[in-house]
Design a protein around this ligand. Structure first.
Ligand SMILES: Nc1nc2c(c(=O)[nH]1)N[C@H]1C(S)=C(S)[C@@H](COP(=O)(O)O)O[C@H]1N2
Ligand SMILES: [Mo]
Length: 319
């Protein structure tokens, strides 16, 4: 079965060559593994997705970011067919299927609250604010799987500076698009919608916090949060809110979806922390999609640059 898929993959012309090299490596690994070694793994997670790569539009990436990891990029098909996007279903393969017809254009993002220059931006306006960078980040889901993705965007700080935050602004509240009509699966999600998230203003201003328009050199696929999302590589994946429509600067810590759904399991900060277990599972290790053995999870997902944001804080309490 895997051999047949390898043949199909070789024929594709849409994806950049370096991606294919990565993919061949993955397949070589996959083919070398016996059925016995696979037992006990989640086959769904390891299986090569059946769907064809659907290319978005190409983005003009002006520069590669110094923040990039040199670790192997996770194959595009894994990243785009193993998603959490509860508006489009709770299954990992649901978003790729159910978000296919999601309308992401025209799209605007309203930025306001405690700012001197509130403004509603079209996605095109947003993309004009700074040159697009490619940033290859590790991404660690709270569910203990991880991926390495070449995202495209620029620091959220660029946008925040544009609207001129007032001195009273201490936090940033984010909101996702929500439309029952386009997202009928959301009612089975078990969490409130619209999906909301939040950061302290100094976290939001940290250069690593990425306002993201694309991945793998192209616009974001719907299932990954088109047309614009956040990517916060030192935090558990659920903080990286998708399909953004509102950003509001506020003076108090804003409510966040997973914290509202289950406050004992999901805190406001949700920094990746291998020393603080989730009440129902360990956070010490993670499995990179497309790989077979688990690796150790790093404090702040390896992004030590953010440590000073939390100096003096008890990260067990502020989980
Ligand atoms: N609006 C919205 N944003 C969301 C989610 C969601 O369900 N809805 N899931 C989060 C979780 S749990 C993760 S791990 C990441 C997954 O991003 P990816 O699918 O691009 O890998 O999106 C986050 N952003
Ligand atoms: Mo996640």
């Amino acid at each position: 079965m895997l051999i047949k898929k390898a043949a199909e993959i070789r024929g594709s012309e849409i994806t950049p060559k370096w991606l294919y090299v990565n993919r061949r490596k993955f397949l070589a690994g996959a083919l070398g593994v016996t059925a016995g070694a696979l037992a006990g793994r989640t086959l769904k997670e390891l299986a090569w997705p059946m769907q064809k790569v659907v290319a978005g539009s190409k983005l003009n990436v002006a520069q590669k970011s110094a923040f990039s990891t040199s670790e192997a990029v996770t194959p595009y098909d894994n990243v785009t067919h193993y998603n959490n996007f509860y508006e489009f279903g709770v299954g990992k393969e649901d978003p790729a299927e159910k978000a296919k017809n999601f309308r992401t254009s025209p799209w605007s993002v309203k930025v306001g609250g405690l700012v001197d220059k509130p403004r509603t931006f079209s996605v095109e306006d947003l993309m004009q604010l700074a040159p697009l960078e490619e940033r290859i980040y590790r991404h660690r889901c709270v569910e203990a799987w991880s991926i390495v993705v070449p995202w495209v965007g620029f620091s959220l700080s660029v946008l925040l500076k544009e609207v001129a935050p007032q001195a009273k602004a201490k936090f940033v509240a984010f909101e996702s698009f929500y439309d029952r009509g386009q997202m009928p699966e959301a009612r089975y999600g078990g969490i409130p919608f619209p999906y909301v998230e939040g950061l302290r203003l100094d976290e939001a201003m940290h250069p690593l916090a990425l306002l993201c328009f694309g991945m793998y050199g192209q616009t974001l696929p719907n299932q990954d949060g088109a047309p614009v999302r956040m990517v916060l590589p030192w935090k558990y994946g659920f903080k990286s809110i998708k399909s953004l429509v509102k950003i509001k600067l506020v003076d108090k810590q804003p409510p966040t979806t997973w914290n509202m759904a289950n406050s004992s399991e999901f805190g406001f900060y949700s920094n990746v922390n291998p020393a603080v277990d989730h009440p129902r599972w360990s956070q010490a290790k993670e499995r990179r999609l497309g790989e077979f053995s688990r690796r150790s999870t790093l404090m702040f997902n390896g992004y030590d640059q953010v440590a000073s944001l939390y100096s003096g804080m008890d990260l067990r309490k502020n989980f």
